[in-house]
Write a protein that binds this ligand. Sequence first.
Ligand SMILES: Nc1ncnc2c1ncn2[C@@H]1O[C@H](COP(=O)(O)OP(=O)(O)OP(=O)(O)O)[C@@H](O)[C@H]1O
Ligand SMILES: [Mg+2]
Length: 313
Amino acid sequence: MKNPLLLGIDVGFGQLKAASVDGREICMPSWTAQVHDRSMSLKETKVVNDRGAMWLVGEDAHRLAKASVPTVDSLWYETDEYRVLFRYALEHFGVRAARIVTGLPVKNIRSDHRERLMRTLKSWKSDGLDIEVARIVPQPVGSLFDICFDAHGEPVDSMDGRIGIVDIGNGTIDAVEVTDGEVSWTTNTSEPRGVSRAYEYLLSHIRNRDLPARITDMPRVFAQGSIRSGTTTISLEKPIAEAKRMVVQAVSDIVADLWTNPNSLECLILSGGGAAFLQAELMETFKKANVKIPKTPHLSNVRGYLKIGVLNG
Ligand SMILES: Nc1ncnc2c1ncn2[C@@H]1O[C@H](COP(=O)(O)OP(=O)(O)OP(=O)(O)O)[C@@H](O)[C@H]1O
Ligand SMILES: [Mg+2]
């Protein structure tokens, strides 16, 4: 039988990301909407069929239905939405069987979540999804492997010394120290506050001005920097700066709690979509530290997961 496709996959609270060993990648919002009537769907709209139900995912769920946004919960992987997004990723790559590397927030790795996630993924066999789990790692470790290895698993950067990694996600900020390649059991944290805080702040600012908006509009509103009210365009420069400041402060507090002074680290890796969202502000805040932000930081965990899979044969 053909070997199953090797995938790095992360069904995040903000975005679904996956990278396959043949060089394909996917990234889209983790938004879902269950729909009941296929006749509404346009030709190009992908409908995911799961356990007899029909779902729209990503931008389609936002554009065509009332999209649900994931709730931050340590048992996220046991929800229908998580499985629907995972199924979408496999269908995108054209497979029903895969060998995967994925991650969990650092604090959940220490409890029974790793075994529970593995059981959940294996239980999907009866749903037509054949998942072989190669590894489940603490999420930020993916970013470290992405920086330290190339796509063939050859080392390109050193893991020597004390390296701090902060993964700034949508619903969580996950941080851990790795010393000479060993993940620290004590210097780590997972905080339920990520970029979603900035989105919620801006949403309430807009609603206080009696303008209609949904949380799923926020990535676009942040990118535009303004919103329309009738024929006028209202600048959101100030609330956007304040919203970003709140998340940078959260990162800064976490770094101070874990390391007191990040300048004493060999390097401080900042990854996750939040590192792109806040790149300029983070570089300014940590200008004295040896900061590394991967090129496309929202994809660095899954790229690293894939490299871990390649290194493990
Ligand atoms: N290039 C970008 N520019 C601006 N914002 C971005 C960019 N990429 C991602 N984001 C935003 O950064 C946030 C975090 O993205 P990321 O994919 O790391 O979250 P996640 O992994 O799904 O969340 P969590 O780690 O909490 O599960 C998202 O809200 C996303 O909208
Ligand atoms: Mg994440």
